[in-house]
Design a protein around this ligand. Structure first.
Ligand code: NAD
Ligand code: DAU
Length: 331
C-alpha cells in the first residue's frame, strides 16, 4: 500500500512511520504543517525510495485532493493535541481537528480512499478514581476540554461520512502514549527533561490523576492491524492495561535518574482536569488478534528516559520556551 500519514512529524505519527517502514513493505508519504509540535528531524534517515515528506495544512482542500489521487490509504494523526494549550487558545483546535478532518473526509469521499482516523480515549470524559469501570466502544461521549471536544466532533464527522456517504473509514481511540519523539510540553518528557536540567518535576494538583499508559510502538502495531484487518465503520479502543497515577510515574522517573522519591513540586491544577482514564481493549484483541508487546511499563519508561538522555539536540531547543509558558500559568 501507499499510505498517506497526516501529522507524521508529530510524536505518535513519526513513531508510526518508523514502525511501518521497519516492519512492512508499504510506502509512506507524510503530510504535516510543521507547527510548533512537528519536527522534521523525527523523520531523518528514512529510505528515499519508500518515504516522502510534504509540508502543508490538512485543511488545504486543493493540496489534499492532489495527494489523495496518489495513495491507497490515509492514516489521520494530524491534530492540535495538548489539553493545556486548548485552554489558553481553542481556535487552532477547531481549525485542525474539525475543519481539517472535514477537509480530509470530503477528499476521501471524492476519491473512495480507505481512511483510518486516530482518536483518543478523552472523548469519553473521565472515570472516578475508585470506579472499577473502564471505557468500552459503547461508553457515551462526554468530553471535558476544548481539545477533547474537537476530537469527539471529528469522530462524529467520520461516523457520519461512513453512514451517509459510504466512506470506508475506521476509528481508533487510544489511551496515553509514551516513547521517543514526544514534545517536552507533555507530562513524561517534561518531567524527564526537568530532572536532566536540574529542575524538579511538576505535578498538577495532588498528583492523584490516573492515566492508562501504552508504548507508542504498541499503538502503531494496533493501528496497522486495524488498517489491514479492521471492519469498515467500526471503532476500536486501544490500550495496554497501564494504569498509573501521575505521582507513581514521577517517582519512577526520579528513581531511574537517581533522585529522592519526593523531589517534585505540586503546582496549580489544570482547570477541568480529567480524573482517570482506563481502556478495555477486548474488542481489538478478540476480533483482530492484537496484543501489546510492552508489558513492563518501568522498562519502557527507562528506555524512554535513555532516549531523552541521548537526544538533547532534539528536545533542547524547545525546552526553555515551553517552561516559560508553563511558568506564566503557575505550572
Ligand atoms: P503531536 O502534537 O505530537 O503531533 C501533531 C502533528 O500534527 C504535528 O507534527 C503537527 O505539525 C501536525 N499538525 C498540526 N496541525 C496540522 C495541520 N493543520 N495540518 C497538517 N499537520 C498538522 O500529537 P500526537 O501526540 O502525536 O498525537 C497525534 C494524534 O494522536 C492526535 O490525533 C491525537 O489526538 C491522537 N492521540 C494522542 C495520544 C497521546 O497520548 N499523545 C493518545 C491518543 C490519541
Ligand atoms: O488520553 C489520551 C490523551 O493523552 C491524548 O488524547 C492527548 O493528545 C495527550 O496529550 C494526552 O492527554 P493528557 O492531558 O492526559 O496528557 P498530558 O501529558 O498533558 O498530561 C498527563 C497527566 O499529567 C495529566 O493528568 C496532567 C498531568 N500533568 C501534566 C503536565 C504537563 C502534570 O501533573 N504535570 C505536568 O507538568
Amino acid at each position: 500500500m501507499k499510505i498517506l500519514v497526516t501529522g507524521g512529524a508529530g510524536f505518535i505519527g513519526s513513531n508510526f512511520v518508523h514502525f511501518v517502514l521497519e516492519n512492512t513493505e508499504h510506502s509512506v508519504t507524510v503530510l504535516d504543517k510543521l507547527t510548533y509540535a512537528g519536527n522534521r528531524a523525527s523523520l531523518d534517515g528514512l529510505p528515499d525510495d519508500r518515504f516522502a515528506f510534504v509540508k502543508g495544512d490538512i485543511a488545504d482542500a486543493e493540496l489534499v485532493d492532489g495527494l489523495f489521487t496518489e495513495h491507497d490509504a490515509v492514516v489521520h494523526y494530524a491534530a492540535e493535541s495538548h489539553n493545556d494549550n486548548s485552554l489558553s487558545d481553542p481556535s487552532p483546535f477547531v481549525h485542525t481537528n474539525l475543519v481539517g478532518t472535514f477537509t480530509l473526509l470530503e477528499a476521501a469521499r471524492r476519491h473512495g480512499i480507505r481512511f483510518h482516523h486516530i482518536s483518543t480515549d478523552e472523548v469519553y470524559g473521565d472515570l472516578e478514581l475508585d470506579d472499577p469501570a473502564r471505557f468500552t466502544e459503547s461508553t457515551p461521549y462526554n468530553p471535558s476540554s476544548p481539545y477533547s471536544s474537537t476530537k469527539a466532533g471529528s469522530d462524529l464527522l467520520v461516523r457520519a461520512w461512513v453512514r451517509s456517504f459510504g466512506v470506508e473509514a475506521t476509528i481508533s481511540n487510544c489511551s496515553n502514549n509514551y516513547g521517543p519523539y514526544q514534545h517536552v510540553e507533555k507530562f513524561i518528557p517534561r518531567q524527564i527533561t526537568n530532572v536532566l536540567r536540574g529542575e524538579r518535576p511538576k505535578l498538577y494538583g495532588t498528583g492523584e490523576n490516573v492515566r492508562d499508559w501504552i508504548h507508542a510502538d504498541d499503538h502503531s502495531s494496533a493501528v496497522l492491524t486495524i488498517l489491514e484487518k479492521g471492519r469498515i465503520g467500526e471503532t476500536y479502543l486501544i490500550g495496554a492495561d497501564g494504569e498509573k497515577n501521575n505521582k507513581q510515574v514521577v517517582e519512577l522517573i526520579l528513581a531511574e535518574l537517581g533522585q529522592p522519591s519526593d523531589a517534585y513540586d505540586l503546582v496549580a491544577d489544570r482547570p477541568g482536569h480529567d480524573l482517570r482514564y482506563a481502556i478495555d481493549s477486548t474488542k481489538l484483541r478478540s476480533e483482530l488478534g492484537w496484543m501489546p508487546r510492552y508489558g513492563d511499563f518501568a522498562a519502557g519508561l527507562a528506555a524512554t528516559i535513555q532516549w531523552y538522555r541521548d537526544h538533547e539536540n532534539w528536545w533542547g531547543p524547545q525546552k526553555a520556551a515551553t517552561e516559560d509558558r508553563y511558568r506564566a500559568q503557575g505550572q
